[in-house]
Design a protein around this ligand. Structure first.
Ligand SMILES: Nc1ncnc2c1ncn2[C@@H]1O[C@H](COP(=O)(O)OP(=O)(O)OP(=O)(O)O)[C@@H](O)[C@H]1O
Ligand SMILES: [Mg+2]
Length: 331
């Protein structure tokens, strides 16, 4: 399906969310990328430490949810897809916890995901009365999470052949690189739809995918346009530059409170205002967007229809605290 076909797929232009969900149920989606454990420490702080000018946090409880690529897989499963995840996870307590949470939420790990050659990536947010005080990151350098391209092709061959779509969830932790992307695009029996949520950085070529879903900052970076504070979003220039540099068949730029922008063949084709009614926590909204988009596209809906659906799904998750998912009932 090329971008123009996707934009013009008007046969289901007025599909309701229920119709999209029904058509998408059971779609097989393979997620590849950087999974992590999003961990939260909740407490209260009423005094400063005598040891250093920092608050003393009395811990009340701890919780954790799947993050990054794992959150994409969980979002897909929650919307009714059959989601499988290949992601570099460590053979450690955090990895076991992440694996159990994924299995509880209906996500299957592709064999080869777990290895003792690296720690599971964990981001711990310390929150006092819902205010973030600091974040503690545990992770090894990117090389620890990279899979050599030939090995990746071997691990993913059977899964890619069965999948209706592939989602690459890049959090710049090492599992997604030019080689990874090329190796997946070269798989002989892969589905046509390969979507990518990119974290742009020097030396990574994101060319060749069907769909890219950068946020505002990422889109400017991909386009090579400086982000000047207060500047209105240069939609036409961004779409043109991303098209010239990476030529994704479809482009959806998420613009936070300003909803999303659809690119079509290098032009800014349409803006969709946010569907959020109340905003509590925007973290993970991008994961929901790519999940819902891919699900709808894999069920045969056009880009406009898929984007409207994804925008409504994101509108639900930003109304929840913490990395969250959306269920069919909420849509
Ligand atoms: N403050 C907000 N108000 C209303 N809607 C929002 C807000 N932030 C996000 N959204 C919704 O969520 C979608 C994705 O948000 P955003 O552009 O922030 O993605 P993101 O930066 O990739 O998010 P993350 O990386 O935290 O998952 C938007 O297109 C919009 O529909
Ligand atoms: Mg994002």
């Amino acid at each position: 399906m090329n971008a123009t076909n996707a934009m013009n797929a008007t046969n289901a232009m007025n599909a309701t969310n229920a119709e999209i969900l029904a058509a998408a149920k059971g779609r097989r989606i393979l997620v590849v990328g950087d999974a992590m454990l999003d961990s939260y420490v909740w407490g209260d702080a009423t005094r400063l430490s005598p040891e250093a000018p920092v608050p003393v946090v009395r811990v009340e409880r701890e919780s954790a949810v799947p993050g990054g690529a794992a959150n994409v897989a969980v979002n897909l499963a929650s919307l009714g897809a059959r989601a499988r995840l290949f992601s570099p996870i460590g053979r450690d307590a955090d990895g076991a916890r992440l694996e159990a949470m994924l299995s509880d939420r209906g996500v299957t790990l592709v064999p080869g995901s777990i290895s003792d050659s690296r720690p599971t990536i964990v981001k711990t947010r310390v929150l006092c009365r819902r205010q973030q005080v600091c974040r503690l990151d545990r992770e090894a350098p990117p090389s620890a999470y990279a899979t050599p391209p030939e090995e990746l092709a071997r691990i993913l061959a059977a899964d890619a052949a069965e999948a209706d779509a592939i989602v690459l969830s890049d959090y710049a932790k090492g599992s997604i690189s030019t080689e990874t992307i090329q190796s997946i695009l070269a798989l002989p029996h892969r589905p046509e739809l390969v979507a990518l949520d990119p974290k742009p950085r020097a030396g990574v070529d994101f060319s060749g995918v069907s769909l890219m879903t950068p946020n505002r900052t990422e889109a400017l970076r991909l386009a090579g346009i400086e982000d000047v504070p207060g500047m209105p979003f240069p939609a036409d220039d961004v779409c043109a530059a991303i098209h010239r540099r990476f030529a994704p068949k479809m482009l959806v730029v998420t613009l936070g409170p300003d909803g999303m922008l659809l690119g079509d063949g290098g032009r800014a084709a349409e803006r969709i205002p946010t569907a959020a009614r109340e905003v509590f926590d925007v973290s993970g909204a991008g994961d929901t967007v790519i999940s819902a988009l891919v699900l709808a596209l894999s069920a045969g809906f056009g880009l406009r229809e898929a984007a409207r659906f994804a925008n409504e799904a994101a509108g639900v998750v930003v109304g929840k605290v913490g990395t969250a998912t959306v269920s069919p009932d909420e849509l």
